[in-house]
Write a protein that binds this ligand. Sequence first.
Ligand SMILES: Cc1cc2nc3c(=O)[nH]c(=O)nc-3n(C[C@H](O)[C@H](O)[C@H](O)COP(=O)(O)OP(=O)(O)OC[C@H]3O[C@@H](n4cnc5c(N)ncnc54)[C@H](O)[C@@H]3O)c2cc1C
Length: 319
Amino acid sequence: MPQVYDLIIIGGGPGGIGAAVESNVLGIKNILMIEKGDNHSQTIRKFYKEHKRVDKDYKGQVVELEGSVKFEDGTKESTLDYFDSLLDNDEIDAIFNSEVESVEKSGDTFLVTTANAGYIGKNVIIAIGRMGKPNKPTNYKIPPSITQRVNFNLDKCVPGEKILVVGGGNSAAEYAIDLTAKYTVTLNYRRTKFNRLNDINLETLYRLNGLEKMRLRLGCDITSLENEDGLVKVNFTDGYYTIYDRVIYAIGGTTPVEFLKKCGIELDEKGEPIFDENYETSSKGLFVGGDIAVRSGGSIAIALNHTHHIVSYILKHKK
Ligand SMILES: Cc1cc2nc3c(=O)[nH]c(=O)nc-3n(C[C@H](O)[C@H](O)[C@H](O)COP(=O)(O)OP(=O)(O)OC[C@H]3O[C@@H](n4cnc5c(N)ncnc54)[C@H](O)[C@@H]3O)c2cc1C
């Protein structure tokens, strides 16, 4: 007989780790966490710059943690270390390098399928975040011949390059600030003023701009990208263009609509998953938590509270 898990958690980010830890603490022992990356917390690893400050009350969203995960302000590294210690200390059955392709309900259980295997669970939490699909510009195309030079994090940057960062949030600001040490950087935001930045990022951006270490190009949008001798020619709405070695978009992530459809989850008119106050979808026993269950914003603490709530609910009503 194949093993039937009480709970299968899809995604090993803060939401998924929180679900695994709470299950252990509260008493659901027969669980499995499935992560597509080779380690947990792929969003933090791939999209946070080195030594990034990590705020618990991210973007001013003040959150009282409800569960047993004691996440605090820190850095990218201290946050990853903390999650490492949670996974090491608890007996959590986790598999990595396994991307879940679908979830199918069959009677009272769910069949969770990856490329190599199928797993059966009585309850399933989908906590896959949104950064598996970073947002791309919608009003123009990225020419295929320059996709190597158009990125969504800092991984491919080569010192000395002239780089355009696009976006108006803290991620874009922090990418641009970080890059000024070794690169010539322009930060482009379509609005004339930043209104979502924390005070430190705001002050740093204007200070670097004043020192001519970075150029702020505000109040104009991009109309198109072109391949100019292998580099990226960026055309702006003000009629000017500039050629960059690299363009980095930091404009958030998208709901993985196709994946959610394959899991049989009902979506609203905006393609967002529909769920109730316990984060349970209309497919009973199938939950969504973390960023995927937040319309805009989201944070580590919010993800942790979601999955703490879901695990408590499963214990009370489903076991
Ligand atoms: C640049 C940046 C900076 C940020 N700074 C902060 C901050 O300072 N403080 C803060 O609180 N929040 C911050 N956030 C937001 C925070 O990272 C998210 O809110 C949080 O990570 C959400 O957790 P999650 O578990 O829902 O999703 P994620 O962290 O996105 O984790 C989802 C996990 O699921 C895995 N996965 C995806 N698809 C599949 C699949 N099909 N099968 C198996 N696994 C899958 C992914 O590999 C990933 O590891 C920041 C976000 C970004 C992008």
